[in-house]
Design a protein around this ligand. Sequence first.
Ligand code: ADP
Ligand code: MG
Length: 210
Amino acid sequence: MESLHDPEAKRALRRQLRRKRSILSRHEQRQAALNLCQQLKRLPEVQRARRISLYLPVNGEIDPTPLLPWFQKRNVDVYLPVLRPLSANSLWFVAYHAHTPMVKNRFGILEPDTRFAAHRRNRLPAWALDTLIVPLVGFDAQANRMGMGGGFYDRSLAFIRRGGPAPALIGVAHACQQVDTLPVEPWDVPLTAVASDRAVVRADKKKSRP
Ligand SMILES: Nc1ncnc2c1ncn2[C@@H]1O[C@H](COP(=O)(O)OP(=O)(O)O)[C@@H](O)[C@H]1O
Ligand SMILES: [Mg+2]
């Protein structure tokens, strides 16, 4: 049997899972987003967060932004990931409001425009957040994550593998992105849980936190 770790097998699985979510209709996407937000509101890691990161969906990713008014009402500070200019392929997080000026990054994804000095002051490294809502391409019943293949979240969260205090990491996805088992690489940072439009799966505590 070919190994799940084989780069070609991983690429094929990513392609297959991305296709699945890209064919969802606008109506299915909307319904999934609303159902996801109901699941997220019940999670203690989301309820207790004072600083939380979301993302703006691309390529059929499930949309976590219906949560924005709920966070606003609760005075929770919401952040979006931004590509770090001088640090290869890693992220920091910039405060996001209705009037935040946005700009497309090199992947065509909108992010807060950090050319404005005011926004530079509002940016944080991942360790300063309570909870991160993390997009993913695939997940399994142990809350293992397969991303887009760039390792951006793994790099930005590598400090977690050294132990010590860490933000909660909540992966989010369409239920159709679940597979039986994913290959886990040494650099993959374990999630706390994955929430989909149908259910929440939690990582085994002993494995997820050293
Ligand atoms: N902490 C890290 N430091 C350096 N490179 C990393 C780190 N984490 C991941 N990478 C690199 O990023 C690449 C993509 O990682 P992978 O886990 O396959 O992608 P994704 O998490 O997006 O699915 C890998 O080739 C890996 O070597
Ligand atoms: Mg990874």
